[in-house]
Write a protein that binds this ligand. Structure first.
Ligand SMILES: NC(=O)c1ccc[n+]([C@@H]2O[C@H](COP(=O)([O-])OP(=O)(O)OC[C@H]3O[C@@H](n4cnc5c(N)ncnc54)[C@H](O)[C@@H]3O)[C@@H](O)[C@H]2O)c1
Length: 284
């Protein structure tokens, strides 16, 4: 079996955790693999995953080796494995589109995206990179609200014959028209939106399920998320937040004994409690 060759769209905090994890677990065994739900799937272990392509639009990441870019600002996720080995895969300039929201210009570089001034690739260029690098699975980690950009990269995956894992809430895998296009080409598609290992949504969902099992009638429920990373800064533009709200609401509704009335479940996102200047840097 050869390695699983992945491509990354958006070398942000999630990508940093993933790449650190691949390196961290290389030195562990199944007994000592805390943090994983499954040590091995179909004969593959975490260390069998190999990053072979990566795209971003931030000038502190584009052009760098992926092993360095994952630690570049504004990434702020916990560094649990700093000796990530360089892999010679440079982060390429991506297509910006709506991946960058104008309100992100209003914040200090340390916290926000800073656009690279490299020329942006067209679809043909991205497809060429995916094919030449041997990418088999493309992981989408774009900011919430990147509707156009997500569709652009999904289209590139289709064109290149590469599987697509959509880790954020733009509806691709759950859109029957998109799902059908992947199915017709016999290309796997997974999504949409992931859950943090032990974050607010999975906790909310587990409690909702517990209430059902123990005969408790759930009439109303809400969830407040507080954060201090770019994912939350990006969501200060409330229009971008709509898909995230839908995704989180459905995650809870799907385990409720009875579907709650509209508005009875509120995944309010309070991105920076106390206002941005005093926000506490909090990362997953
Ligand atoms: N962390 C979690 O537990 C979790 C859970 C569910 C969903 N998600 C979703 O995963 C996504 C990624 O989260 P994150 O914390 O890594 O975000 P992040 O802000 O740290 O990373 C996003 C990255 O995308 C890059 N980018 C922006 N536009 C781009 C473009 N057009 N092309 C290429 N790169 C571009 C940014 O420069 C940045 O590096 C978000 O949509 C988030 O909501 C995360």
């Amino acid at each position: 079996m050869h390695n699983i060759r992945i491509g990354i769209i958006g070398v942000g905090n999630c990508a940093s955790s993933l790449v650190q994890g691949i390196n961290y677990y290389r030195h562990k065994d199944s007994e000592d693999a805390i943090g994983l739900m499954h040590w091995e799937i179909g004969g593959y272990k975490p260390c069998d995953i190999e990053v072979v392509s990566a795209f971003d639009i931030d000038k502190r990441k584009v052009g760098k080796d992926t092993a360095e870019a994952i630690f570049a600002e504004p990434n702020c996720t916990t560094v649990f494995y700093k000796d990530v080995r360089k892999i010679g895969i440079r982060v390429r300039m991506g297509k910006i589109m709506d991946g960058f929201s104008e309100h992100m210009r209003d914040y200090d570089d340390k916290y926000t995206f800073v656009l690279a001034d490299e020329p942006e690739p067209d679809m043909g260029e991205v497809v060429r990179v995916l094919k030449e690098s041997g990418t088999e699975i493309l992981l989408n980690y774009l900011p919430v609200g990147s509707e156009e950009a997500t569709r652009f990269y999904a289209e590139c995956a289709l064109e290149a014959g590469v599987a697509f894992v959509n880790n954020m809430p733009v509806f691709i895998a759950s859109d029957p028209a998109w799902a059908k296009r992947f199915e017709e080409k016999n290309i796997p598609i997974i999504g949409d939106d992931i859950k943090a290992q032990l974050g607010a949504t999975i906790t909310h969902r587990t409690l909702t399920d517990l209430f059902k099992k123990r005969g408790v009638k759930l009439e109303r429920t809400y969830q407040l998320n507080t954060g201090g990373n770019t994912d939350f800064l990006n969501m200060l533009n409330r229009i971008r937040l709509l898909s995230k709200k839908e995704s989180k609401t459905e995650a809870v509704q799907s385990v409720a004994a009875k579907r709650l009335d509209d508005g009875a479940h509120e995944p309010g996102v309070a991105p920076f409690s106390g206002g941005f200047p005093q926000f506490r840097r909090y990362c997953h």
